[in-house]
Design a protein around this ligand. Structure first.
Ligand code: MN3
Length: 205
């Protein structure tokens, strides 16, 4: 089975003025597409591994043949991270108030405002390209914030993503240039918290 580019649930201009149309279109049709092409090309040569789910492969990178490890980490991770990212965006934002996730965030971080500050610090702190995440940590059974370099996924760290922010320059440079903090601020307006709550409910099972 070949991986294909997932359709977005909203138009490329739907997240304006926070995420601009041109960035959304290039990010989805060019950047994400390249990860998929490279992932498919590598798995075409390893039919046994192609039958396993991407989540399984990404959770077990050290157990893969050496020829697959880097490509799964970078391009498999790129496909997984972007597929996830599109789903936690929503032009209307919202969906947090009154959710189980909201109370778990308050319990873990003290308040939503503290959580937001901690996420902002994490997203700003990524040196070069990478991601900031709120994850469900499978070891502790609780929430935590983490960052990953490049296209590394939380799955590599026994964690499941609840929300995540792509802080590669390709995600914001056209609109925000070097102003990553402005891009991070904009992201809070377009988070699909209903989707995040769904991820949380599945993760804690
Ligand atoms: Mn990206």
């Amino acid at each position: 089975m070949e991986y294909t580019l997932p359709k977005l649930a909203y138009a490329y201009d739907a997240l304006e003025p926070y995420f601009d149309t041109q960035t959304m279109e290039i990010h989805h049709t060019k950047h994400h597409q390249v990860y998929i092409q490279n992932l498919n090309a590598a798995l075409a040569k390893e039919p046994v591994y192609a039958q396993r789910s991407l989540e399984d492969l990404l959770s077990n990178i050290p157990g893969l043949p050496e020829s697959l490890q880097k490509v799964i980490q970078n391009h498999g991770g790129g496909h997984y991270n972007h597929t996830f990212f599109w789903t936690i965006l929503n032009p209307r934002g919202g969906g947090l108030v009154g959710s189980e996730l909201e109370s778990e965030i308050s319990k873990t971080f003290g308040s939503f405002a503290t959580f937001q500050e901690d996420m902002n610090v994490a997203a700003k702190s990524v040196f070069g390209s990478g991601w900031a995440w709120l994850v469900f940590d499978k070891n502790t059974g609780g929430l935590r914030i983490m960052t990953t370099p490049n296209q590394d996924t939380p799955l590599m760290h026994h964690a499941l993503p609840i929300i995540g922010l792509d802080v590669w320059e390709h995600a914001y440079y056209l609109k925000y240039q070097n102003r990553r903090p402005d891009y991070i601020d904009a992201w809070w307006h377009v988070i699909n918290w209903s989707a995040a709550q769904d991820y949380y409910a599945v993760a804690k099972k």
